[in-house]
Ligand binder design. Structure first.
Ligand code: ADP
Length: 343
């Protein structure tokens, strides 16, 4: 068997333990000694259960890729389950802990920064929107056509900025490591949410689209995060409007299908090629296409849609034919926590 000289393993900055096939410790590097506050000399030959803290040992034994993080004090580690090279795999067991403390701190700082900036941008935007809307009303006198046109441009720009800030804020609530969204469940009426979104929507001044709503009359109230679902549906509806050329059609519907509430947003826009239909739901993925060249976005919208759907035990996907429009679907199962418990 070809052993690496121990000196080489000592320079690895992450903790590393080697056990023989009887689970007795044969080696640990300095980082491992420092982590467990012990020495190789005193721990050599001891069983894994004596050397490794129980919580860590349980994670190591379970070998679950989704639960592979272990924290102790201020430090966080990720267990590495990569298979050993064939010549070592029958000879020893290696526990390698990748130190991810710095990564975690960076991610936390980034989230905090995003949260503060997006929060602080909200109030000036609300005030710009409020005052620009007042210009549109008769309160301040009549505007000529050019002035009206400029005000509508300001309002549509502010609308875009507000949507972007909302998306950045929501994406910050999502922890990419654990896929975790803080949920805030309450009674949620999707039928009412869809109608409100469609009624309150500001159509860009230079676009004419036929908008339809077709809600089933059997849509139950569910126990869900109304704000997040509203954001997800706004994202789908905004996209349909953004990407559908003038003269087209957008239809939003909510229905109960096979024990699930299904929201669909169908448009008559350019469609999405089959090879892109999955990846557009990834964070920051935007398609570069001639017909979208001028459409602005962050690539966060669909990522949020799918995250919100999955957080409710559901899913989101698209069916589309290039040149023939797209139908985005958000499906929420009518079961478990999504159900309203009657008193
Ligand atoms: P954004 O719109 O901010 O770019 P999204 O995550 O909402 O980000 O969408 C990702 C990409 O998917 C978009 O850049 C666009 O290319 C494509 N897309 C989304 N909705 C539609 C639609 N209704 N029709 C055609 N393409 C779409």
């Amino acid at each position: 068997m070809n052993h690496l000289p121990d000196g080489i393993l000592q320079i690895i900055p992450d903790p590393l333990f080697v056990f023989d096939t009887n689970k007795k410790l044969t080696f640990m590097n300095h980082a491992a000694e420092a982590l467990l506050n012990t020495t190789l000399d005193s721990a050599r030959g001891k069983a894994d259960t004596e050397v490794i803290p129980k919580e860590l040992l349980d994670l190591w034994t379970a070998r679950n890729e989704k639960q592979n993080e272990w924290s102790v004090g201020e430090q966080a580690f990720r267990l590495d389950f990569s298979p050993l090279p064939i010549e070592l795999s029958g000879q020893c067991l290696v526990l390698y802990l990748r130190n991810i403390t710095r990564l975690k701190t960076l991610a936390r700082n980034q989230n905090e920064f995003t949260r503060i900036v997006s929060h602080d941008l909200r109030s000036p935007l609300t005030s710009i929107q409020g005052f620009a809307s007042m210009l549109e009303s008769d309160m301040v006198g009549n505007l000529n056509d050019k002035q009206k046109h400029f005000v509508s441009k300001i309002l549509s720009g502010v609308g875009q900025l507000t949507a972007l800030v909302d998306n950045i804020q929501d994406a910050g609530r999502y922890d990419p490591e654990s896929g975790f969204y803080e949920m805030n469940r309450s009674h949620c009426d999707l039928d009412e949410i869809v109608r409100r979104i469609v009624d309150n929507h500001l159509m860009p001044a230079d676009k004419v689209l036929t908008i339809k709503v077709s809600n089933g009359n059997n849509v139950p109230i569910i126990n869900a995060d109304s704000n997040m679902l509203e954001r997800a549906i706004i994202n789908l509806f905004d996209n349909a409007i953004k990407y559908t050329p003038t003269g087209g059609e957008v239809e939003v519907s909510v229905n109960c299908v096979n024990e699930a509430i299904v929201v669909t947003v169908r448009d008559s826009g350019p469609g999405i090629p089959p090879e892109d239909q999955e990846r557009i739901f990834e964070r920051h993925v935007r398609l570069v296409r001639q017909e979208h060249k001028k459409v602005k976005g962050s690539g966060l919208g669909l990522f949020i849609v799918r995250s919100v759907a999955r957080r409710h035990g559901g899913n989101a996907w698209v069916t589309s034919t290039v040149g023939n429009g797209s139908t985005f679907t958000l499906s929420l199962p009518l079961k478990d926590e999504n159900l309203v418990v009657s008193a």
